[in-house]
Design a protein around this ligand. Structure first.
Ligand code: OAD
Length: 230
């Protein structure tokens, strides 16, 4: 059985109207990252952190999945367990597009976590800025990503790995292509710029245009050969 692992980053949500992290208008621009994306930052100024994530959470109500998210959901419907989607995004656009098997390795804006017990709860709307016990269920710098063990397992038996809209600057996702390649997988990147990283194939352009085209190709190949690798 052939297996496909897809990794997505902030670039896949750009055509939905969300910002990426890096670059001149990026979310990290003008913010000392340590203040808003670390446990120490939360302890020092919880109101600042809650405000930052409240703003991001509110944005989710104004945006919708774009054709790239929809295409990946369509792909999963046909490939089933032959495909696994891993996202670094904390938006909920993959889930809203209909993707089911999603590992949200950096957490989920729609959830909060108790700082002491680790209990995770669904959340909608703002978290009060005075809240110090319930933090965003988001992986901050220095913290362990979610579901890594099972992702590495899937990469180790992958036949194809595709990275979409990610700068490849953040560990451990920036190691996934190498893990998949050493398992013998074909690797591909879909991004607005060629960027860093080594891939067998690079598709350069907007995710909302290229991901549907990529998915069509995989599905066509799957229909003729029963294998999801173009
Ligand atoms: P980045 O902001 O680092 O990178 C976004 C990538 O998307 C860049 O390579 C852009 O060139 C590309 N891009 C921009 N617009 C695009 C478009 N329309 N179509 C396709 N590609 C496009 O975001 P990530 O790689 O996702 O972590 O960042 C990884 C992690 O760094 C995030 O999950 C976040 C951050 O620190 C946490 O918050 C834990």
């Amino acid at each position: 059985m052939m297996r496909l692992v897809v990794l997505t980053g902030a670039g896949i949500s750009v055509e939905s109207g969300l910002s990426t992290f890096r670059g001149p208008d990026g979310l990290w621009d003008g913010h000392p990252i340590a203040d808003i994306a670390s446990a120490e930052g939360f302890k020092a100024n919880p109101a600042l952190v809650q405000r930052f994530y409240n703003r991001l959470r509110r944005q989710l109500d104004q945006v919708a999945p774009n054709p790239a998210h929809e295409a990946l959901a369509r792909l999963e419907k046909t490939l089933g367990i032959q495909m696994h989607l891993v996202t670094q995004n904390i938006d909920d656009l993959h889930q809203r597009a209909g993707s089911v098997a999603v590992t949200a390795m950096h957490g989920d804006l729609r959830k909060v976590r108790h700082v002491n017990t680790g209990e995770v709860r669904a959340w909608s709307g703002d978290v009060p800025e005075s809240e110090t016990m319930w933090r965003p269920h988001v992986v901050w710098f220095g913290e362990r990503t979610i579901g890594l063990h099972s992702v590495i397992e899937k990469l180790s038996s992958a036949d194809m790995f595709v990275a979409i809209g990610t700068s490849g600057t953040v560990y451990p996702a920036n190691q996934f292509a190498a893990v998949a390649r050493s398992a013998g997988a074909v690797t591909a990147q879909i991004n607005i710029d060629a960027g860093g990283g080594t891939f067998d194939y690079a598709w350069t352009g907007q995710a909302a245009t290229l991901v549907p085209a990529f998915v069509d190709r995989v599905l066509q190949q799957f229909a003729t050969s029963g294998e999801p690798v173009p």
